[in-house]
Ligand binder design. Structure first.
Ligand code: M6R
Length: 613
């Protein structure tokens, strides 16, 4: 979802701006643009285009300057078009201000009305354009670019990150954040800004994470950062752990494919501290985790999309293994619902990006209701979610570029299972031998994941059978029901096949009416205590002419027959079986998308990091 880059460089900044935008492409966008300020002749030039950054690159080939800002836009206010693409510009009284923006200005209507009364003419349908005119208006009244931006930011409501340049301040870059991420890359007499670190690593590993409300003012000589109250602030420079390799495609055709096959290593990295320990301990979740987790009497987990599915799996584990009453709720619902929060509730937020607007808002809602115990499970250190939570667990999946979440999901599950063991131990529900056995299951997980992924050639053969289908049904039971939900989400988001998932016991309460020979039914069928129940549900499908695609365990007693396709997973993982059973579903959606020729890594209408409501 919208990406910002900006730079003050020693030579032409345009190649960096284009490279930075390309590295942010994974976030999702539909148009792109950039503006540069020529320090010598005080001119601002702008290039914008609909579609890919490579299109913008052609338009911007002739541009040359040492100061610039650039943007990928994911449309919210106004259709994807050149006139709605950023940067937006305000011109008049002999100078121009131009801005790029990530997020939403909630009071844009009211600000627009005031600016129109003052004679400002709007050229786009975006909320962003009000920022350009508002800053311009304040500069006309005598403020410099920094003061005008600070004053404008104070009038704007919503969550945003912005970067501005002006022909009146041709060697100055001003940028700030309030609710949306913005990072500074410190180079050798150069400075870069970007929405995330992946856009900066080609230039520098020295990163400053701006705090909420910070506004920076940079020239080629110095950098000043002001906090939300306008005071000069010191922010630490940290060394990013991100390596260029981590965001390169390597030998793979798509990031999703790369990330599916990285899961064994990602889980091993996430579990490193756990696997090396003789016993499980609460400090894995923070130095002060022990006293907090000891007080917890119930858990509420808030998340969106795939992260919500991870939460839903965890609910089964936390209740059955640790005996902790657990509720799971979609963050966008919770944030606006009047709910009752019991004392000693641990509120867990789960997010790959740590910047998902709904999840962040849900956490703030919980805090506003007086919740004291918060834990975030997240893949991005320094993300807003991690910073807002008392306890934290960082998954170590590495950057996930494909919009369809894969390795983030399985590493979240590894983290949640670890939490389950911690809670079980605290509550006296884990004997020494049980602890040893469950730790052994966790240690075996990376190897089991690698083994199960060997199923890929078989799944490739199934993919063409889905290519001309318009609908698909996923079934699962118990802890594997959320895995069916996740399988359906994967298939719909990258292959555009309408897919729904049901707890298999619900089939006869409605969805069975959909089943005919055109409805492929995909079943998650581990050899667990519910397998005989599931087999009955699958009989109901076969009896109505439905075609079954079953992912079973090595020892599940199920055989293929006409209309019944069966693939068996090559390894077991005990309680961790959901982590293994999601793998073939990821592979299936990937290969169906390949057959259909969709844009696997950047599916239509979707963004990687959903930083708006
Ligand atoms: O970054 P988050 O985990 O908070 O993102 C939540 C969802 O937007 C995300 O999981 C989304 O559902 C994925 N694209 C699904 O593959």
């Amino acid at each position: 979802m919208c990406g910002i880059v900006g730079a003050i460089t020693r030579t032409n900044c345009v190649p960096f701006l284009i490279d930075g935008l390309k590295r942010l492409e994974y976030r999702g966008y539909d148009s792109a643009g950039l503006a540069i300020a020529n320090m010598e002749d005080h001119q601002i030039q702008r290039a914008r285009s609909v579609g890919r950054v490579s299109e913008l690159e052609l338009h911007a080939a002739y541009l040359d300057a040492r100061l610039g800002i650039a943007h990928t836009r994911w449309a919210t206010h106004g259709i994807p078009s050149e006139r709605n693409a950023h940067p937006h510009m305000s011109e008049g009284k002999g100078f121009a201000v131009t801005v790029v923006h990530n997020g939403i200005i909630e009071n844009h209507d009211e600000v627009r009305r005031r600016l129109m009364v003052d004679g400002y003419v709007f050229h786009s349908d975006t909320d962003t354009e009000v920022i350009a005119h508002l800053v311009h208006q304040k500069m006309v009244a005598g403020a410099d670019l920094l003061a005008a931006t600070q004053a404008a930011a104070a009038e704007l409501h919503g969550a945003f990150a912005i970067a501005l340049i002006s022909s009146n301040a041709p060697n100055t870059l001003v940028a700030g954040r309030k609710g949306a991420p913005l990072l500074v890359g410190v180079g050798d007499a150069e400075l870069f800004i970007a929405s995330d670190a992946s856009a900066l690593i080609s230039q520098t590993k020295k990163i400053i994470y701006l705090e909420e409300g910070d506004i920076l003012c940079a020239t080629d000589k110095n950098l000043r950062i002001f906090d939300a109250r306008g005071n000069l602030a010191q922010r630490p420079v940290v060394t990013s752990q991100l390596s260029a390799d981590a965001v390169d495609l390597g030998p793979y055709q798509h990031y999703m494919q790369k990330e599916i096959f990285e899961q064994s290593g990602a889980i091993a990295a996430t579990l490193e501290m756990v696997s090396n320990a003789q016993s499980i301990n609460p400090e894995l979740f923070g130095a002060d985790a022990s006293p907090i987790l000891n007080q917890v009497s119930q858990i509420l987990i808030l998340a969106c999309g795939t992260s919500f599915h991870a939460a839903s799996v965890a609910r089964y584990w936390l209740e059955s293994i640790a005996g902790v009453p657990t509720v799971v709720e979609i963050a966008s619902e919770y944030r606006y619902r009047e709910s009752v929060c019991l004392p000693n509730t641990l509120v867990i937020t789960i997010s790959q990006s740590g910047e998902t607007a709904d999840t962040l808002a849900a956490l703030h809602h919980a805090l506003a209701m007086g919740v004291e115990h918060t834990l975030s499970i997240c893949n991005v250190p320094e993300s807003a979610l991690i910073r807002a939570s008392r306890l934290k667990f960082l998954t170590r999946a590495g950057p996930e570029i494909g919009v369809a979440s894969t390795k983030a999901f399985t590493t979240q599950l590894a983290a949640l299972f670890t939490l389950t063991l911690v809670m079980a131990k605290i509550r006296g529900r884990l004997s020494g031998p049980q602890e040893g056995m469950l730790l052994a299951q966790l240690r075996h997980l990376p190897a089991a994941v690698a083994k199960v992924l060997e199923i890929e050639p078989e799944i490739k053969k199934w993919a063409p059978l889905f290519a001309n289908k318009e609908h698909a049904l996923f079934l699962g039971r118990g802890v594997h029901y959320p895995i069916a939900l996740e399988g359906a989400l994967k298939l719909k988001e990258i292959s555009y096949i309408h897919a729904e998932a049901y707890a298999a016991g619900e089939l006869k309460h409605g969805p069975l009416a959909l089943v005919d020979s055109n409805m492929p039914v995909i079943a998650v069928a581990p050899n667990d205590t519910l397998i005989e129940k599931l087999k009955s549900n699958l009989q109901e499908v076969s009896a109505r002419g439905g075609e079954l695609f079953i992912f079973a365990d090595r020892d599940t007693k199920l055989t293929a027959s006409p209309g019944v396709h069966v693939l068996k997973l090559l390894d077991h993982a005990g309680h961790l079986s959901p982590i293994l059973h999601v793998l073939p579903l990821q592979l299936l959606s990937y290969h169906v998308a390949l057959v259909k020729g969709t844009d696997v890594d950047k599916p239509r209408n979707l963004a990687k990091s959903v930083t708006v409501e």
